[in-house]
Each structure stands twice: as structure tokens, then as C-alpha cells.
Design a protein around this ligand. Structure first.
Ligand code: ATP
Length: 780
């Protein structure tokens, strides 16, 4: 009896610990670890796992290339059954295709999915120069690595994220391939769907093991050596030796392809596998992929943002459907289809990745509304102030307002469901009054302001206790160091029994790891972009212009005028690195009589909202802005995005560029950088960016720019210089050599018409590590 009680008691303690583990921020973890020790332990485990998987990946990759070369050399055709049979004969028990498939099956392990795109492996070695160079040289596709999925079928590959391995080759975007069965690319290593897949993989492995296919050990001389090494067998004589070539360690024991060959000792891999054949194989494969790319899936072209399913085929409530059709929205985009099935119908936590402008906001707003309806239907209490059932966090004020507006439009025909925003730049007291007088079930907030409310003990904390759904939009940014603390504090105030969804167009590996702070362990990972596909839109033409920094203030007006002359309904966004540089660029363009507006963090909120709304509605307008407009902002029909100077990282480049080419439309993007910023192009080498020539500017135009620059107040220029210095000081590559940074800053200073660099406050210089650096004057 006592032992039963004890068991029950310990069981309930464990379930308490586990249930606390599900959400964010439990205070006690198994083993008496605190939250941070627990987190660090998991991060360490993840690193170890990643290294192991990378190793396996490398081996698999090399084995794959070897198989393809063999098949090619023997004239094999992967597709034809006839030839498969033929190659079976010549290769022993497995054809190259089956071989690769088996390798891939074995490689389908939980957590392996985002490791497929690292820059390594034999294909990389044969690539000469970066993607940019290749494009410049005619952009031959023959250098594109091969998409293994097209060889091995689809099991589990679709949701793997990518960071460069399967580089630019949109033709490999076969995300819709398995739409017949599932209609979207989703794979959680822990989800029931994946379990099924894993079962399948497992059962294949078991069959093989039963057949003795995995009896690798007895064929190996040394267990610790990897199978990809050539194993030297006995029989060395007179400079000749028997070389037994086996597959990778991810291969199939003695049924893996093995070739016992008598070769001269100094024969290299290259002699055995001439590079010419690799190119031939690649050519064949890329031709096949470009044919696959135009195929239709569910009546939608493969590169379409739509899934082919309609909203009325889903479980969206009739009143929401009415609002959707009133806005002319009938078909689901892929991310909406995926999210509705996986997150609303199945109630899973999820990390969702989809390209910019493909309707992510609606993808979380629809489940949000359905969650509220469901909770309201099941609740019998009448609340004077209703609990907050859905909390949506996003990084900027404009984005919060935009999401709120979209939510309100979807709730047009629903009674009694309210949406509110809590954003900075408004009066705190007014927020409190608004929350009381106009209660809501859906709250959209920026982290800082929400935290102010939580810490100021307004009744928001108690209202959040009934939360059902927590959404983080632009999750990679909000889980990045700058915001993470605030987000963690907010999570600590949320009930652990809730559903959480994270959304972004870019999800780097680090974010996948820290996503565990918010998501349950058995969350889904939904990636509608797909392995090997670029994160930017095919219809957006990207180019890069490398020109001395001194010429940037001349080039921007020139590029704008050129675009305006060629585009009747132009709508342009110019991104600058900081608010003060934005202000200088805006003032210059205004002086040059261009139709221009500015938004940055230094502007009052009222101005920001007014300009943002105006730009949404307008055509023939230029918006000069800092990164406050980089994420999530939906300005329809932007025709050109210019990024002046390097963005903070690759993700920011993609989000800024994503302001054009929305809803499947076309657009243009141009990155303008100085020669010393070229290193950044390495981060974008898998994107289809074309280098363009520096245009010749006539002297009259230059004079016009100089005269306009001359009219600008010195204080604006000085502020821009300081901000520029601060920004590049914070960029790792430029910030570490302070002397060079000071020189570059001085060049920038002269290019904007300042005679000498304005002095820094001593305190600022010390903080920035610039005190005592020559060329950096300090204020007396
Ligand atoms: N199913 C749909 N059919 C037609 N238009 C849609 C659909 N879903 C969303 N849209 C429209 O697409 C536009 C872009 O949507 P949204 O801003 O949600 O994109 P996003 O994926 O969140 O972009 P970002 O990554 O930049 O945040 C909006 O104007 C939205 O109204």
C-alpha cells in the first residue's frame, strides 16, 4: 500500500516535472539541474550529435558521388528500369540508385535534416569560385551539386532545412512532389507522421539485417577505421596492391558495392574517377530536374506559392470563410495548408519556415481564431474582462499593427472576439485603459512593451494564465540574443499547457536549437521551402554592385532615376544600415526632388505609422528606411529593393529582399556594397545574385548630387558619421581592426561632404574601443 502510494506520488512528481518541461522556463529539471544547466547540457548534446551526423553526411555524400560516377562510367541510366536491371547485373546485389536509397534511408535520423546543406564534399571541391563568379561566367548549371532526393525518392527529405549545400538550383525545388499524399513538406522527427516514416525505415533496416545485409563487422579489418577509406588488403607486391573500395560508413556491409582491383600504389582518386565524368553526371541530372520543375502539383505549378487546396476544404469556421472570400482569398498558400493541418487540426507545436510574402501571418491568424472559438465554446464562465487566449509576439510596432489589422479583417463577421496591440511608442496608461475598456482574446505585442506591462503588475499577467496559443513571428530574430531575454521572461509568465508556434522565412540552425525554449519536445518542423531550394523567390531578380563607398551617395539617386524611368508604377524601398544614415539618404533624395519618405526608429511613432500606411497604399513612391521595415512588412507591389551597405547577416538580406516579390509576384533586388564589404557575398553564395557593372555617371549628375549634399545640415551628416562608425564597429569583420575602421569611416565622412570627422564623446569612444585610435577625434 505504502509502496503504491509512493509510486503514485513519484509518478505525479515526474509528470509535474515533465509537464513543466514542455513549455518554457521550468525552475526544476531532472537531476536537480537549473534551467541554464539543463539548456547547456542539451546544447552540448546537440553539438555532439551534429558532429556525428556531419561525419556521416560526408561519408554518404562521397559514396553517392562514387556511385553516380560508376553508373556513368558503365553507361547506366538511373531512371530506366531496363538499365537498372543492367546495372544490377554489373554491380552486384545493388544498383547505384538502390545503393543511394539505402544509404539515405539509414541517414534519415532525427535531427539529421538540417545537416544536409553544409559546404563540404567532393562537389564543392570541383567548384571554381563562388556562385557569383559562376553567374558572371555564364551561370552554367553544370556546377550545381546534385539533388540526392531526385535519386532516392522522397522519404523524409522534404522538410530538411538548407544552408547552402544544395546550392542554387531552383529546379531542385521539388517541394510539391509528395503533395498527393500530404500536400506539404512537413516532417517532425518526433511527430506521429515521422514515427510512421521511421517505422518504415526501421522495418527496411530489420529486413536487411535479417538478410545479413548489415553484417559489416566481419568484413572489416579494423572497426575504428571508416569504410570510406580504401582498405588495403593482403597481396601487396612489386608496387601493386589489392585495393578494396567500399561505400561509406553509412553503407550496407558486404552488400554495399565493393570493387577489388589491382592498381598501382600511387594511383589517385582522380585517376580512377576523372572529373569530366562528374560534370557529365551533373549535366544529365540538372536537365532532368529542370523538366521536373515545370510539372504541376494539384493543379498548381511546382513553383507556385499555393498548395492547390481551398479554404472551404479545411476546418476553418464558416464566418472566417465568409471574411476570407470577402477579401477574395480562396486558395491556401502552402504554408497555410501545412499549418492548418498540422498545427490546428493536429494541435501540434511547430516551427514553421516559409518564404517571405507567402502568407505566414494568415497561417497563424487562422488557427488563432479557431482556437479562440473553440475555447469560447467550451468555457461556461462569463468574464467581465475575458482572458487572453492567443498571444502573438513580433519584433516591430508596424508589424504588430499590420498583423492586428489582418486579424480584424478575418474577424469581420465574428462577434465578441477582440484583437489588441501592445507596442512601444504609445502611452503606457492609455494601453492599460484600452485593455480594460476594449477587452480582447487575441493580443499582438512587441516584447519590450509586453514585458513593461508584466513587470508593472498590470492585470495582464493574470489574463495570460488562460493562454491557449502562443505565436512568435520572425522567430529567428526574437530568439536571437538581442530579444531572447525578454522573450524568456515572457514565457515564464505563460501557462505551460499551451500550444506554441514559431514562424520565420529564415531559421538558422542555432534557432532550431533554442526553439526548445518555447516549443514542446515533440514539435513539428514544417519547411515549405524544401531541401536544396533557395530561400529567395525565383521571380525576384537579384544583383550586386560593388563600388567604392565614396560613390554610394551618387549611385543611389542614379539607380533610382534609372528604375523610375523604366517602371511606370514604381515603388522602391532603400534600406540603409542605421537610422541616421537613413535620415541622411532621405534628405539627399528629397533635395534632389524625388518622391521619397523615411521610416526609422528615431522617428516618432505617429510619423512611422502614417508613412507606413501611406506607402502601403501608394504607387510611385520611394521609402528610405532602416531595418525597422525589414521584417514582415507587407507593402504590396514593391518593384525594387536597394540595400546600401552590407546587412547585419544573411537572414537580414533575405528579409529585406522579401519586401518585393510578395504573393508570388516579381521584383528586383540590388545590393550596393564597397569593395571591402565583398567578403559578405560568401554568405550569399547559394543565392542567384548577378554582379553588375558600375554605371558611368556623367559629371553634371555628380555635380547635382554634390550640390544637394552641400545643402544638407551638418548635424545630420555628423549624426550619420557617428551611426556609420557604430554600425561597422559592431560588424565582426570590420570592428576588429579599429585602425582600418577609422580610415574607412574617414572616407565615408569626406564622401558626405564633411571636412573632418566629428569628435566622439570620450565615454562613447571608450565603449566602442576607439579611444586612442588615430583618426578618431575625441570631444574635449
Ligand atoms: N491564401 C492567400 N491568397 C491570397 N493572398 C494571400 C493569401 N494569404 C496571404 N495573402 C496575402 O499575401 C500577402 C503577404 O502575406 P504575409 O504578410 O502574411 O506574408 P509573410 O509570409 O508573413 O511575409 P514575411 O516573411 O515578409 O513576414 C498579404 O497581402 C496577404 O493578405
Amino acid at each position: 500500500m505504502y509502496s503504491t502510494m509512493l509510486r503514485e506520488r513519484s509518478g505525479s512528481i515526474w509528470s509535474l516535472i515533465l509537464s513543466r518541461n514542455m513549455g518554457g522556463g521550468p525552475r526544476t529539471f531532472p537531476g536537480g539541474l537549473n534551467k541554464w544547466q539543463w539548456k547547456r547540457m542539451h546544447e552540448k548534446k546537440a553539438r555532439e550529435k551534429e558532429n556525428k551526423l556531419l561525419d556521416q553526411e560526408k561519408q554518404l555524400y562521397e559514396a553517392r558521388i562514387r556511385s553516380e560516377i560508376r553508373a556513368k562510367m558503365l553507361g547506366g541510366n538511373h531512371d530506366s528500369n531496363e538499365n537498372t536491371a543492367k546495372s544490377n547485373q554489373s554491380h552486384g546485389p545493388l544498383s547505384p540508385q538502390e545503393h543511394i536509397k539505402s544509404l539515405a534511408d539509414r541517414f534519415m535520423k532525427a535531427g539529421a535534416e538540417d545537416l544536409w546543406n553544409e559546404d563540404d564534399g567532393p562537389v564543392k571541391k570541383t567548384n571554381q569560385g563562388s556562385r557569383l563568379n559562376r553567374v558572371g561566367n555564364g551561370g552554367s548549371r553544370s556546377n550545381s551539386p546534385i539533388d540526392v532526393r531526385s535519386l532516392v525518392g522522397r522519404r523524409g527529405f522534404s522538410s530538411m532545412s538548407h544552408r547552402g549545400r544544395f546550392k542554387r538550383n531552383e529546379s531542385s525545388c521539388d517541394e510539391g512532389e509528395d503533395f498527393d499524399s500530404k500536400k506539404f513538406d512537413t516532417l517532425s522527427p518526433f511527430s506521429p507522421g515521422f514515427a510512421g516514416k521511421k517505422e518504415k525505415v526501421k522495418s527496411v533496416s530489420n529486413v536487411m539485417r535479417n538478410k545479413g545485409l548489415f553484417g559489416r563487422r566481419k568484413f572489416r579489418k579494423n572497426d575504428s577505421s571508416t569504410e570510406e577509406d580504401s582498405e588495403e588488403e593482403d597481396g601487396k607486391m612489386n608496387g601493386w596492391m589489392d585495393v578494396r573500395r567500399t561505400g561509406s560508413s553509412a553503407s550496407l556491409g558486404n552488400h554495399d558495392f565493393k570493387l577489388i582491383k589491382r592498381v598501382q600504389r600511387n594511383v589517385t582518386d582522380e585517376d580512377l574517377y576523372p572529373p569530366l565524368d562528374i560534370n557529365g553526371v551533373r549535366d544529365d541530372l540538372s536537365k532532368r530536374k529542370s523538366v521536373e520543375n515545370v510539372m504541376e502539383v494539384n493543379g498548381e505549378p511546382r513553383d507556385s506559392i499555393y498548395s492547390g487546396r481551398r479554404f472551404d476544404e479545411s476546418s476553418v469556421s464558416p464566418l472566417t470563410l465568409k471574411a476570407l472570400s470577402a477579401s477574395g482569398i480562396v486558395k491556401m498558400t502552402r504554408v497555410q495548408d501545412a499549418t492548418l493541418s498540422e498545427c490546428f487540426e493536429a494541435g501540434q507545436d511547430a516551427l514553421v519556415k516559409a518564404k517571405t510574402g507567402t502568407g505566414k501571418s494568415m497561417a497563424f491568424l487562422l488557427p488563432a481564431i479557431e482556437t479562440v472559438l473553440k475555447a469560447m465554446a467550451s468555457s461556461n464562465g462569463v468574464h467581465r474582462v475575458p482572458p487572453i487566449l492567443v498571444l502573438i509576439l513580433c519584433p516591430t510596432r508596424e508589424l504588430a499593427s499590420q498583423i492586428a489589422a489582418e486579424g480584424k479583417a478575418l474577424l469581420k463577421y465574428h462577434d465578441g472576439i477582440g484583437v489588441q496591440t501592445l507596442i512601444g511608442g504609445t502611452r503606457f496608461k492609455l494601453d492599460q485603459q484600452r485593455l480594460q475598456s476594449d477587452p480582447c482574446q487575441i493580443l499582438i505585442a512587441t516584447p519590450g512593451r509586453l514585458l513593461d506591462h508584466i513587470e508593472n503588475k498590470s492585470n495582464i499577467t493574470s489574463r495570460l494564465m488562460a493562454l491557449k496559443l502562443f505565436v512568435v513571428d520572425e522567430a529567428d530574430l526574437l530568439l536571437d540574443l538581442g530579444f531572447r531575454r525578454d522573450v524568456e521572461k515572457i514565457i515564464d509568465c505563460l501557462p505551460r499547457q499551451r500550444q506554441s508556434l514559431l514562424f520565420s522565412a529564415t531559421i538558422p540552425k542555432e534557432v532550431r536549437r533554442v526553439s526548445q525554449l518555447v516549443l514542446k519536445r515533440d514539435h513539428s518542423y514544417i519547411d515549405t521551402i524544401g531541401l536544396g531550394c533557395v530561400e529567395t523567390h525565383d521571380k525576384v531578380k537579384q544583383s550586386c554592385l560593388v563600388a567604392p563607398h565614396e560613390s554610394h551617395f551618387h549611385l543611389v539617386p542614379h539607380l533610382l532615376k534609372e528604375h523610375i524611368n523604366n517602371t511606370a508604377d514604381y515603388k522602391i524601398i532603400v534600406f540603409c544600415s542605421t537610422g541616421m544614415v537613413t535620415s541622411l539618404m532621405y534628405t539627399l533624395l528629397r533635395e534632389m526632388k524625388l518622391n521619397v519618405r523615411e521610416i526609422h526608429a528615431r522617428k516618432p511613432q505617429l510619423h512611422r505609422t502614417r508613412v507606413s500606411d501611406e506607402f502601403k497604399e501608394s504607387k510611385r513612391l520611394i521609402l528610405v528606411t532602416s531595418d525597422v521595415s525589414a521584417r514582415g512588412m507587407n507593402y504590396p507591389d514593391v518593384t525594387l529593393v536597394i540595400q546600401v551597405g552590407i546587412p547585419s547577416d544573411r537572414e537580414q538580406y533575405i528579409h529585406r529582399l522579401g519586401r518585393t516579390g510578395r504573393e508570388g509576384k516579381g521584383g528586383k533586388g540590388l545590393l550596393l556594397i564597397a569593395p571591402w564589404e565583398r567578403y559578405f557575398l560568401d554568405e550569399l553564395k547559394d543565392l542567384p545574385i548577378e554582379p553588375i557593372q558600375v554605371p558611368d555617371l556623367d559629371s553634371r549628375f555628380k555635380l547635382e548630387v554634390d550640390q544637394s549634399m552641400g545643402k544638407i545640415d551638418t548635424s545630420i551628416k555628423e549624426a550619420a558619421y557617428h551611426a556609420w562608425l557604430g554600425y561597422y564597429n559592431s560588424v565582426r569583420e570590420t570592428g576588429r581592426d579599429k585602425t582600418t575602421l577609422a580610415e574607412l569611416a574617414n572616407r565615408f565622412c569626406y564622401s558626405i561632404g564633411l571636412e573632418k570627422p566629428p569628435p566622439l564623446f570620450r565615454k562613447t569612444a571608450v565603449k566602442m574601443g576607439l579611444k586612442g585610435i588615430s583618426g578618431i577625434p575625441i570631444r574635449k
